[in-house]
Design a protein around this ligand. Structure first.
Ligand SMILES: [Zn+2]
Length: 228
């Protein structure tokens, strides 16, 4: 499960919010100008923005980072807007277990008072829900530095119920993690794909003793090799 209130330890919210408004205003203004000229294709424009210092990447409503994922937006109280991997390098994947149903996890991630959420939730049926873009810093590890450098993946179920970790879940999550490793050049090993329990300072035990790491890493390696 994700970390609790205040665990992320982020700075004053007002400062970030002001900066975001400034960037977004610039983005909207730029888009309006481009539409007016009708010269640049939209994706070319996005690439140009990427290269402009201090300007965040273009965000498309409902876009996902993993093909086939369902998008459900988390509350903005549960993550911090960022511009990864340009502002923070991404070199880890953190594996979680929800300690509840998929629906209950979605519900708390949409609750601004929860102050925690992961980028993804993988269901028992293998379905993938993305709730926070990978470029943003999700509050999932209970450790600011680890949040900034990692992508968090929740898995529907309970740590003491091994039957919750289905073959469909392992396979689907492994493809997701392989894609993340591919995108950011993350090595596929247990140094870089870790459990929440392994995050320094945490009191969380997920994914627990029934999570089959050998099986999972094997599946991630296979999926990673298939995308080479
Ligand atoms: Zn967790």
């Amino acid at each position: 499960m994700s970390a609790g209130v205040g665990a992320e330890g982020s700075g004053p919210p007002g400062k970030d919010a002001d900066r975001r408004i400034g960037r977004r205003a610039l983005l909207v203004g730029g888009l309006a100008a481009a539409v007016g000229t009708g010269v640049l294709a939209r994706d070319e424009l996005a690439k140009l923005w990427w290269r402009m210092p201090g300007v965040e990447k273009a965000r498309v409503q409902g876009a996902v980072d993993f093909r086939g994922a369902r998008w459900l937006a988390a509350s903005t109280g549960n993550f911090r807007w960022a511009d990864r991997p340009d502002d923070y390098g991404v070199d880890m994947v953190v594996i979680h277990v929800t300690q509840g149903s998929l629906a209950s996890a979605v519900q708390v991630f949409q609750d601004p008072a929860h102050r925690a959420a992961a980028h993804y939730i993988v269901g028992k049926d293998g379905g993938i829900t993305q709730m926070i873009r990978e470029l943003d810093v999700a509050y999932h590890a209970g450790n600011r530095g680890y949040n900034e450098r990692s992508v968090g993946i929740e898995h529907e179920g309970f740590v003491d119920r091994p039957q919750d970790f289905t073959a469909a879940m392992y396979a689907s999550s492994a493809r997701l993690t392989a894609g993340i490793c591919r995108r950011y050049g993350i090595p596929v090993d247990r140094e870089h794909i870790i459990g929440h329990v392994e995050v320094p300072g945490t009191d969380h035990t997920d994914p627990g003793e029934h999570w089959d790491w050998d099986r999972y890493l094997r599946l991630v390696r296979e999926a990673h090799a298939a995308t080479a």
